[in-house]
Design a protein around this ligand. Structure first.
Ligand SMILES: *Cc1c(COP(=O)(O)O)cnc(C)c1O
Ligand SMILES: [Zn+2]
Length: 424
């Protein structure tokens, strides 16, 4: 049973058939999936979700496919961790980490959007999928596309982290490294997409792809006991994730799945070296000025964000705010999360943690409400960003004497361990 009615222009509201279309012929607005919410309301209950698969497909009715899912059976359903140790350090009482860096085939939230895009690509009859990527999408299309039996063409900026390149090549796609930044890659891909009949997950399948990000928001609410968080901080590259977390919480609210009306404020986290959305919000500017990215947060390095205006609107409508952080602050953010919660996130997660710290210190996020940090990727993929910031192991000879001399000398007994955090 399908609740996907079609696609609709986000600007002028014109309706389009549910094909591989992404831009309105009349106003050039982007297209978005439109659903039969009355139909969904009749079948979708908390109980049905609770009995569903332990993957993002437990929210299948609210995802843009017609038939059964065809990819991504191991994506989604990631932990929500009550982060009491980090919370104490930041001076807040109700802090959670939505940890999308684990329990995913390629260790980032991109496995959600790709699950949906590839399922829809099958339904639309594509045998080849492609993408323009800042790294994590490349990993995810390469891996999930292999499992689902697609030919894969993947385009990346040539200067990506080693682990993101190797973590793509290992799945044997055609990987094309472009001498240019992501915005150059994306422009090239739009041209290729108009010539070849391929399913570009974030271009001609973008209306479907983007809906996969809603499942981050659905899970947050479900895991909090059918409550929307008071504050959600999320990183932005194209700005899509931010808009979809908000959309997800509004959909749950509209469908009567929440305990209380949703009043979530959403906050945009970006690196200072590529902060077109956060800067527009901070400067109260109507326009989002494209920038040339220069930051260690390469997964977020989109200088001309496709969903920038929608992300900015969500922040404004929700009453949220934005922050930017330097590369040093990003490294500190990565180390802070690792030291307090035992979670090793990539640079994008460092941006989120560091921006959250700033927003809390500035008093913009209050101390006693429910705060969720969206941790979107795994630190093992961006090790070069922090290799000079984590110190070195203590090197000793294989003897007790050497251990005591070089490690234990002058050391007092260890302080009492803090109480561990719990998984919700
Ligand atoms: C792609 C990505 C994002 C942001 O995605 P958008 O929806 O384009 O804003 C955030 N974090 C990580 C790790 C990513 O790979
Ligand atoms: Zn339009």
């Amino acid at each position: 049973m399908s609740f996907l009615k079609g696609l609709r222009c986000r600007e002028c509201g014109r309706d389009y058939p549910k094909e591989a279309l992404y831009v309105c012929e009349y106003c050039f607005g982007s297209l978005e999936a439109a659903y039969d919410y009355d139909g969904i309301r009749e079948v979708l209950t908390r109980d049905k979700i609770l009995k569903g698969p332990k993957s993002l497909w437990r929210y299948r009715e609210l995802l843009p496919i017609d038939g059964e899912p065809k990819a991504g059976f191991y994506s989604g359903y990631t932990p929500l961790v009550k982060a009491d140790i980090l919370g104490k350090e930041l001076g807040v009482t109700n802090l959670y980490i939505k940890d999308d860096s684990v329990c995913h085939p390629t260790c980032s939230f991109k496995d959600r959007v790709v699950a949906v895009a590839l399922s829809r690509a099958k339904e639309l009859g594509f045998d080849t999928v492609a993408c323009a990527s800042t790294g994590n999408l490349a990993n995810s299309v390469a891996a999930n596309g292999a499992w689902a039996g697609f030919n894969r063409y993947i385009f990346i900026p040539a200067n990506l982290e080693q682990a993101k390149i190797i973590g793509t090549l290992v799945y044997s796609p055609t990987l094309v490294a472009v001498n240019g930044n992501y915005d150059d890659v994306n422009r090239l891909c739009s041209e290729i997409a108009s010539k070849y009949r391929w399913g570009f997950v974030n271009i001609n399948l973008r209306a479907y792809y983007a809906e996969g990000s809603k499942t981050v928001g659905f899970e947050m609410a479900e895991q909090l006991g059918w409550r929307a968080p008071d504050h959600v901080i999320a990183p932005a590259a194209s700005g899509s994730l931010i808009t979809k977390i908000w959309k997800a919480l509004k959909e749950f609210d509209k469908l009567g799945l929440l305990e209380k009306p949703m009043k979530t404020k959403v906050y945009c986290a970006q690196a200072l070296g590529c902060s077109p959305i956060s800067t527009a919000i901070l400067e109260k500017s109507e326009v989002i000025k494209p920038v040339k990215p220069s930051t260690i947060a390469k997964s977020l390095a989109i200088g001309n964000p496709a969903d920038g205006y929608y992300a900015k609107d969500v922040i404004a409508q929700s009453g949220g705010a934005a922050a930017t952080v330097t590369d040093d602050e990003i490294r500190e953010g990565i180390k802070l999360l690792a030291r307090t919660e035992g979670i090793f996130t990539e640079t994008a997660g460092g941006v989120t943690v560091a921006c959250a710290k700033k927003l809390i210190e500035q008093g913009i996020i209050p101390k006693n409400e429910v705060i969720v940090l969206t941790i979107t990727g795994n630190g093992l993929k961006t090790q070069e960003a922090i290799q000079d910031a984590v110190g070195k192991p203590a090197l000793i000879e294989p003897s007790l004497a050497s251990f005591e001399e070089r490690v234990m000398s002058g050391r007092k007994t260890a302080p009492a361990a803090p109480a561990p955090s719990t998984i919700v």
